[in-house]
Design a binder for this molecule. Structure first.
Ligand code: NDP
Length: 252
């Protein structure tokens, strides 16, 4: 089960899981895009391999209903990837109390609702959870003040869960730097220099951010780490995180 599977890192993960032979369920809010992606994948991998539903991850009842439907259709869940969401660019000065609440709501409950809904199935399957989080959790940035704080609390939650859910369910996360996805395409659309191409804009961004590997990451590079953490090759790994940031992390 992948939350936010219709674009970017979620979609790359869905594709990689299908390629590895898994049945994959995923959700997103925009029905049109979700169904169009799902139809393409059904044609490529088979109708029964793909199961989708359009809802907001913050709609707890919809999340629980989808978990029940997955149970009926497939009988088990081995991997939950909590990926749905987006970042918020704002400084302390420009962040209202309402923004703070909204951001913490999204970051925490986009973990809590699906984890609660899939917990029993994951326990039965001795499965695992991989959360998609950001390097901002450990390396906060003032221009993303509330996202950074909320990301740090997600890591705290995951650490607690890795202990509470052991030994049956492993809980890990990936910490992203800058990965090319819908989020960055949206920021490119609102660029000031209208003449610049997407490729040139990405190159400039990598330079400005001083990324040691000198480029943004690809969604497949994030998905590969998710698949590893979710697989039996990572059977002795829980409560851990993999940094996928091209070297942006400053911590040892
Ligand atoms: P995309 O915008 O490409 O994909 C986000 C996916 O999540 C879409 O399928 C989107 O579909 C879905 N989604 C977003 N909000 C919700 C919601 N409330 N309920 C259900 N589905 C939702 O972005 P990314 O692939 O970059 O984002 C994936 C995750 O990675 C996010 O949590 C993001 O914050 C995190 N991240 C990404 C970084 C990057 O550089 N790309 C850096 C750090 C963290 P729809 O809009 O139709 O709901």
């Amino acid at each position: 089960m992948v939350t936010g599977g219709s674009s970017g890192i979620g979609l790359a993960t869905v594709r990689m899981l299908l390629t590895s032979g898994a049945n994959v369920a995923f959700c997103a809010r925009n029905k049109e895009r979700l169904y169009s992606v799902a139809n393409e994948l059904k044609q490529e991998f088979g109708t029964n391999k793909v199961f989708v539903s359009a809802f907001d991850i913050l709609d707890e009842i919809a999340v629980t209903d989808f978990a029940e439907n997955i149970k009926t259709k497939y009988g088990r869940v081995d991997l939950l990837v909590t990926n749905a969401g987006q970042g918020r660019v704002s400084t302390f000065e420009s962040t209202t109390n309402g923004d703070w609440r909204e951001e913490f709501d999204l970051k925490l409950f986009s973990q809590i609702y699906p984890i609660r809904a899939f917990q029993l199935m994951l326990e039965k399957a001795k499965g695992s959870i991989v959360a998609v989080n950001s390097l901002l959790a450990y390396q906060p940035e003032p221009h993303m003040v509330c996202t950074s704080a909320a990301r740090a609390s997600v890591q705290s939650l995951l650490k607690s869960l890795s202990i509470e859910f052991a030994p049956n369910v492993r809980v890990n996360s990936i910490l992203l730097g800058l990965i090319i996805s819908g989020q960055w395409k949206r920021r490119f659309e609102s660029r000031e220099d209208r003449a610049i191409t997407f490729e040139a804009w990405l190159k400039k961004l990598a330079q400005e951010k001083n990324i040691p590997l000198q480029r943004l990451g690809n969604p497949d590079e994030a998905a590969a780490a998710i698949l590893f953490l979710g697989s039996s090759s990572a059977g002795y790994i829980t409560g851990a995180q993999i940094d996928i940031s091209g070297g942006l992390s400053k911590t040892i």
